[in-house]
Design a binder for this molecule. Structure first.
Ligand code: NIG
Ligand code: FE
Length: 388
């Protein structure tokens, strides 16, 4: 296989404390060698072995490609008017999702695929080399089957968001919708997905309905993750911990008991500050979570309703400025944290055997991701050893 030497790295974030300083495992004057799609060697630039080809990053910063563990890319239409109305004072409600359900159902496979391709490309340009993709805007068996199939053309991290909001034909009949999901949608879609997700929130699905969906997913071989505690305190975190979910996402409104439960669990708290930004909501208390020892991931949550961004650097800037995370914590959360939320140990880290996924930042330090907000600093991206 072709070997590639990436060299002249002023600052290298490995996320492996055995390979450098701090939790980020930072090294100076480093180089990395890829063997095809895999990292083969990490070390000092001066000691780098020969390779078939060399790629100098000329004194810039290299980090593992961002790992986006939460996106909703299979949709049509946008909700710019809803966003503008919100900025003028109207509150966000889960029901806005139905606007996108109608547009998505009416769209062709080609249109939906083109949107996913466009947004995955945006993610790539912003440094994300892994993108989890959810459906959730079909909410019928045929439409969610279509969503997970389309998502599967772009990622191995496909999530069946079986219960996002009851669709119009089930208005006021969430329990009947959940019955249909359990009997029909999950058996049909499970072979095409890795994860099962539910929006456990007032206006969407309650704890018992959410539990029924997640348990049915588990019975079909899927691993649970939960949208919880986004719009208010509720049972999402407790349910996620109880069921051993890989992550609970949003976590904007949590009680002390929720924080303790997460700290005693292996469930990752995935913070999505782009959604809080675009719904003008309070931000999650990241410090309480981190200080209690909870594993925290950061995602962009690209979706047309609450967070129409594919920029993890933007989310890192918010996390540092407004969630009071340190730059180190925010960068870790957007790389290794995302990998933890996806239960992956081959991404979000640079060590021999890991995936050859890197983002090159046109800056002397990763701190610039937060220090230079809104500036496109990602210069080169390699995904599985291939320059994008
Ligand atoms: O992650 N919270 C629920 N789902 C999406 C928003 C969906 C929408 O408003 O279209 C989210 O924020
Ligand atoms: Fe979401």
């Amino acid at each position: 296989m072709t070997t590639t030497l990436v060299t002249d790295i002023a600052t290298l974030v490995t996320n492996d404390p055995e390979q450098g300083s701090g939790a980020l495992g930072v090294r100076r004057d480093a180089a990395v060698v890829f063997d095809g799609p895999t990292v083969a060697w990490v070390g000092d630039a001066s000691a780098a072995p020969a390779a078939d080809r060399a790629h100098s990053v000329a004194g810039r910063t290299v980090l593992p490609g961002f790992v986006e563990s939460h996106s909703h890319l299979v949709f049509d239409g946008d909700r710019a008017e809803e966003f503008a109305a919100r900025m003028a004072g109207r509150p966000y409600a889960a029901g806005g999702i139905r606007t996108t359900i109608a547009a998505t159902r009416a769209a062709s496979d080609e249109v939906l695929s083109a949107t996913v391709a466009r947004l995955v490309h945006e993610y790539r340009r912003s440094g994300a080399t892994t993108v989890e993709i959810k459906g959730g805007y079909g909410q019928s068996t045929a439409d969610e089957l279509r969503a997970v199939r389309i998502a599967g053309r772009f990622t191995e991290e496909v999530t069946l968001l079986a219960a996002h909001v009851p669709p119009p034909e089930y208005e006021g009949r969430a329990a009947d919708y959940v019955d249909m999901v359990v009997r029909e949608m999950i058996p049909a879609c499970a072979p095409h997905a890795r994860w099962i997700d539910v929006f456990c929130e007032s206006g969407a699905f309650d704890a018992e309905q959410s539990r029924a969906v997640l348990e049915a997913g588990v019975a079909h071989g899927l691993i649970p993750r939960v949208h919880g505690n986004q719009l208010g305190r509720g049972p999402g975190v407790a349910l996620a911990v109880e069921l051993g979910a890989a992550s609970v996402d949003h976590v904007t409104h949590v009680s002390a008991a929720d924080v303790d439960a997460l700290a005693d669990s292996r469930t990752v708290a995935t913070l999505l500050p782009g959604a809080d930004f675009s719904t003008r909501s309070p931000y999650p208390d990241a410090r309480a979570l981190l200080d209690a020892g909870v594993t925290v991931a950061l995602g962009a949550d690209c979706n047309p309703g609450t967070s129409y961004t594919t920029s993890l650097p933007f989310c890192i800037a918010i996390a540092v400025r407004d969630l009071h995370m340190t730059p180190d914590e925010a960068v870790w959360a957007a790389t290794a944290g995302g990998a933890a939320a996806l239960q992956r140990d081959d991404i979000g880290v640079l060590r021999p055997g890991a995936r050859a996924d890197i983002a090159v930042i046109d800056a002397p330090s990763y701190i610039h991701l937060a220090y230079r907000p809104g500036v496109h600093l990602i210069s080169d991206v390699f995904a599985q050893g291939v320059l994008q």
